[in-house]
Write a protein that binds this ligand. Structure first.
Ligand SMILES: Cc1cc2nc3c(=O)[nH]c(=O)nc-3n(C[C@H](O)[C@H](O)[C@H](O)COP(=O)(O)OP(=O)(O)OC[C@H]3O[C@@H](n4cnc5c(N)ncnc54)[C@H](O)[C@@H]3O)c2cc1C
Length: 315
């Protein structure tokens, strides 16, 4: 079935490769090969691929945005992985007439998007400053920082559902929770988002975005090191949101390593792939941390980062 799909993609002139390495497409650089990797060059190609996959029963598939919150198994993942279109969307973000909302393609990267927001006086999204990835990915995981997240600003979206139907949905369709939505482990795809914005001037927006980025640069490991951001969700302890990083640090686990995977010195909730880290190493380090925190604090940490099994299932 994968070979037949690859043949169809080639006839459509949609770039794809079989048995392709996935790690180079992931910030964490963890994963083996995937049976079919598709790299649409435009929004139209992306839609054609998603509709073809939805009509191919029994073929596991998933979409990836920036690949900044996900790790794959070490072996062969028998699935089709669809990357975000490489080229900038044909239509850039569009501010609505009243200046209170905008539309943006789900494949757009957060940082160029924020630069556009500043230049166009669209404020209120500066919490995205320094969060890698795409807006579609940010919506799927309800990304956030500084006490705000996508759930606070998403008004609606155009999606492709699992049956291949293109639909306009409202924010309720995402069933947002802390770093979670119905898309995080689901299979549909977000094509475009409609976001609430607050009119502001360019200097104010750019200044806030820079301030947020500088805060992160002071406290997080350098961006050039391979990670997926915060690995565990911040847990509730006696009903109060607690820093997972602080709990891990209190267990004395900073710089603890399994193979090439290590707890960062700068922030204990960042796990770093120092070069040749494998999925197996990652799972061993994850369990070591979870066991230590559970033993010391009685709290079982929940993973924030997404794993993909060899059957192509996100979990
Ligand atoms: C250095 C660093 C710092 C980080 N800091 C933060 C932070 O402060 N806050 C935070 O929340 N996260 C943070 N992250 C994690 C990550 O950057 C965010 O979760 C980001 O929003 C993920 O977007 P992405 O496009 O890379 O998604 P991916 O990792 O590609 O995918 C994540 C999930 O979204 C799904 N998905 C991707 N695109 C779409 C789409 N178009 N439609 C439907 N589903 C889709 C995927 O199938 C997968 O389930 C950080 C990561 C790194 C490496």
């Amino acid at each position: 079935m994968f070979a037949a799909l690859a043949g169809w993609l080639r006839r459509q002139q949609i770039p794809c490769s079989e048995d392709a390495a996935i790690a180079p497409h992931l910030y964490f650089r963890i994963g083996g090969t995937v049976r079919l990797l598709v790299s649409p060059e435009s929004g139209a190609q992306r839609l054609a691929v998603l509709q073809k996959l939805a009509a191919a029963p029994g073929v596991p598939w998933l979409v990836i945005g920036g690949g900044s919150n996900i790790a794959f198994s070490d072996g062969l993942t028998r699935a089709v992985v669809v990357l975000a279109p490489a080229a900038a969307p044909a239509t850039g973000p569009r501010l609505e007439a009243d200046g209170q909302a905008l539309q943006v393609d789900g494949g757009m990267r957060n940082q160029p998007f924020l630069a556009w927001c500043a230049a166009n006086g669209a404020g209120g999204l500066e919490f995205l400053s320094g969060i890698p990835g795409t807006l579609g990915g940010a919506a799927a995981v309800n990304a956030g920082a500084f006490g705000r997240s996508i759930a606070d600003v998403l008004l609606g979206a155009d999606i492709v559902d699992e049956q291949g139907n293109v639909r306009a949905v409202d924010a309720g369709h995402f069933a947002f929770r802390y770093r979670d939505s119905s898309f995080k482990l689901g299979r549909g795809a977000v094509l475009a988002l409609r976001l609430r914005v607050t009119p502001a001037d360019e200097a104010q927006i750019a200044g806030k975005a820079r301030e947020n980025l500088e805060y992160r640069l002071r406290r997080h490991p350098p961006y050039r090191l391979a990670s997926a951001g915060c690995f565990f969700k911040n847990p509730l302890a006696a009903g109060v949101k607690t820093s997972a990083g602080k709990l891990i640090e209190e267990c004395g686990l900073k710089e603890t390593a399994v193979g090439d995977l290590a707890v960062a010195a700068e922030h204990a909730n960042f796990l770093l792939n120092r070069g040749r880290g494998t999925f197996a190493d990652l799972q061993r380090l994850e369990e070591k941390i979870r066991a230590a925190v559970a033993a010391r604090c009685g709290i079982v940490l929940e993973r924030e980062v997404i794993y993909v099994s060899e059957d192509g299932v996100k979990y």
